[in-house]
Design a protein. Structure first.
Length: 272
């Protein structure tokens, strides 16, 4: 075909490009900039949050439920144009959460009174943070010269850690979650933090073939065409230049649709 659309998932797409190295591109196909594989990002996922009890919500206890297709999402408010600022870190985070009615396993007593107390619903709400990971050159992937997959194709070696900016968010994530629970009237509020959270837990890997207008500092253009090989497109999360703090799926889809529409128009004009 006239165009190759690469959309294998961020890391796998880059693995294919690295393993497609040739004389013209010895460091990976479409990698004259040397940027391919760098600026790996993953969300600082469930690194802090809080839970609280809300007895007034009322419900029947369940061992597994209630199972409903709903949840809670708190959009980013820290370091926004009109939101509260922090001097300790850049960018910000959001929250995802859920609530449910469980048996009151911590009820005191024994006998008939205890049996009744256990069946009183213990209704809790929990929110957990999703923090943005800044793009850094030293978070990168490369081909592992010593390890191959089942088919004999070299796999990636991953070098990534969260930096000072991500770690500085964690206490603020917990504090803000507690404030929300207090404002909502929650009782027995339990904050939590995971200060040693490691990349990979969120499984939102993006950014290793970043988009940009400067060919020397990026791999693809605004329509996800490789600067070096214009009829090669990278249409997944590898395109991201920043991770934001939201789930990346809809953004990946939107960028892909936009780029495919551009490709279709270029084909109609006879430019491809």
């Amino acid at each position: 075909g006239r165009v190759v659309a690469l959309c294998a998932q961020s890391l796998e797409s880059v693995r294919i490009l690295f393993n497609s190295a040739n004389r013209q591109y010895p460091n990976g196909l479409a990698n004259s900039s040397g940027v391919l594989g760098h600026y790996l990002m993953d969300h600082l996922w469930v690194a802090a949050g809080a839970s609280a009890e809300f007895a007034e919500l009322g419900d029947k206890p369940s061992l597994d439920g209630p199972n409903r297709p709903d949840g809670i999402y708190v959009v980013r408010f820290r370091n926004t144009e009109h939101g509260p600022r922090s001097k300790k870190f850049l960018r910000g985070y959001g929250y995802q959460g859920r609530g449910g009615a469980d048996f009151n396993w911590q009820a005191p007593g024994f006998g008939e009174a205890f049996k009744k107390a256990v069946t009183d619903p213990n209704i809790t709400v929990r929110i957990s943070s999703f923090g943005e990971c800044l793009a850094r050159w030293d978070n990168y992937v490369e081909i592992d010269p010593n390890v191959a997959d089942t088919y004999g194709i070299p796999v990636l070696r991953i070098h990534m850690s969260f930096g000072d900016n991500e770690r500085a968010m964690i206490p603020d994530m917990a504090d803000a979650a507690v404030q929300m629970m207090e404002a909502a009237g929650g009782r027995n509020i339990q904050p939590f933090t995971v200060p040693d959270r490691q990349p990979g837990y969120g499984i939102h890997e993006v950014g290793v073939a970043r988009m940009g207008s400067d060919q020397k500092k990026s791999v693809i253009n605004q329509f996800q065409q490789c600067h070096d090989v214009p009829n090669l497109m990278v249409l997944d999360g590898a395109a991201f230049a920043s991770s934001a703090c939201q789930n990346p799926t809809l953004t990946i889809m939107a960028l892909c649709v936009r780029s495919c529409d551009h490709l279709m128009q270029e084909m109609k004009r006879g430019n491809v």
